[in-house]
Design a protein around this ligand. Structure first.
Ligand code: NAD
Length: 250
């Protein structure tokens, strides 16, 4: 029970097979009360109800909208009294090549994957400062490190690389207030973003580049979020943790 008595807010945690949902499940199993933030109020509430234990809440939140993030933070803080952990997990992909990216595509992908991390962090950091600390984990991607992904696109890589810089800058700025900020860089994880889109040929090809010889699953990433949320990582901040089966060994 690594999160006994703690409270955690996870964005993008309503989708059934997603990393956020698996993280909410693992956090609840470890004793945390969890707030699930996602676009749809009903889906967020249903996801919260399905978690083990009591006191979880689902809150509608669009991470690209400042007033929505502020309202979600107010609701979570009112529900729990204090928030110890924020997981900035919400994200979208668009499988486009550079020359096909319109300004609208660019704006949408940057807004959800990068601006959302800023807005939700801004909404919770004043509270964490007041309470003497907290842990913020941010979702990046192997796409930020290797340039391009299978389902992402150059704008997705740019947004996720931006997350790494933003998280490190926040780690530096908020460290003295006892707030740790870290990033996670998953490889190919089987979720709704990727699920069903892989042909057998693509899978065989991808596995050639993964020493552990399997694709990741949502629980593989949830375990890293758990480490970052818990006191096991009490002296870890500004770090980037790869969860990719060895994809980047060179
Ligand atoms: P997913 O589609 O299951 O989860 C994404 C969630 O974000 C969904 O629940 C969706 O409703 C939510 N969301 C989208 N826009 C939002 C917004 N504006 N406000 C609030 N919530 C919003 O996919 P996933 O694979 O679990 O993705 C989770 C995170 O992991 C994303 O940031 C993604 O980019 C990242 N990631 C995924 C992989 C992978 O291979 N699946 C690899 C690296 C990084």
């Amino acid at each position: 029970m690594l999160l006994n008595g703690k409270t955690a807010v996870i964005s993008g945690a309503a989708s059934q097979r997603g990393i956020g949902r698996a993280t909410a499940q693992l956090f609840a199993e470890h004793g945390a009360r969890v707030a699930i933030l996602d676009l749809d109020a009903g889906a967020s509430a249903d996801a919260a109800k399905a978690l083990p234990g009591d006191g979880h809440v689902g809150i509608a939140c669009d991470v690209t909208d400042k007033s929505s993030c502020d309202a979600a933070a107010k609701a979570a803080i009112e529900a729990f009294g204090r928030v110890d952990v924020l997981v900035n997990n919400a994200g979208i992909t668009q499988p486009l090549k550079t020359l096909d990216i319109s300004l609208e595509n660019w704006g949408k992908v940057i807004d959800v994957n990068l601006t959302g991390v800023l807005l939700l962090s801004q909404a919770f950091v004043p509270h964490m400062k007041e309470k003497g600390g907290g842990s913020i984990a941010c979702m990046s991607s192997v796409s930020a490190q290797r340039g391009g992904g299978i389902f992402g696109g150059p704008h997705y890589s740019a947004a996720k690389a931006g997350v790494l810089g933003l998280a490190k800058a926040m780690a530096r700025e908020f460290g003295p207030a006892g707030i740790r900020v870290n990033s996670v860089t998953p490889g190919l994880i089987q979720t709704d973003i990727t699920g069903g889109k892989l042909t057998d040929e693509m899978r065989t090809d991808i596995l050639k580049g993964i020493p552990l010889n399997r694709l990741g699953d949502a629980a593989d990433v949830a375990k890293i979020y758990l480490f970052l949320a818990s006191d096991l990582s009490s002296y870890v901040t500004g770090a980037t943790i790869d969860v990719n089966g060895g994809m980047l060994i060179h």
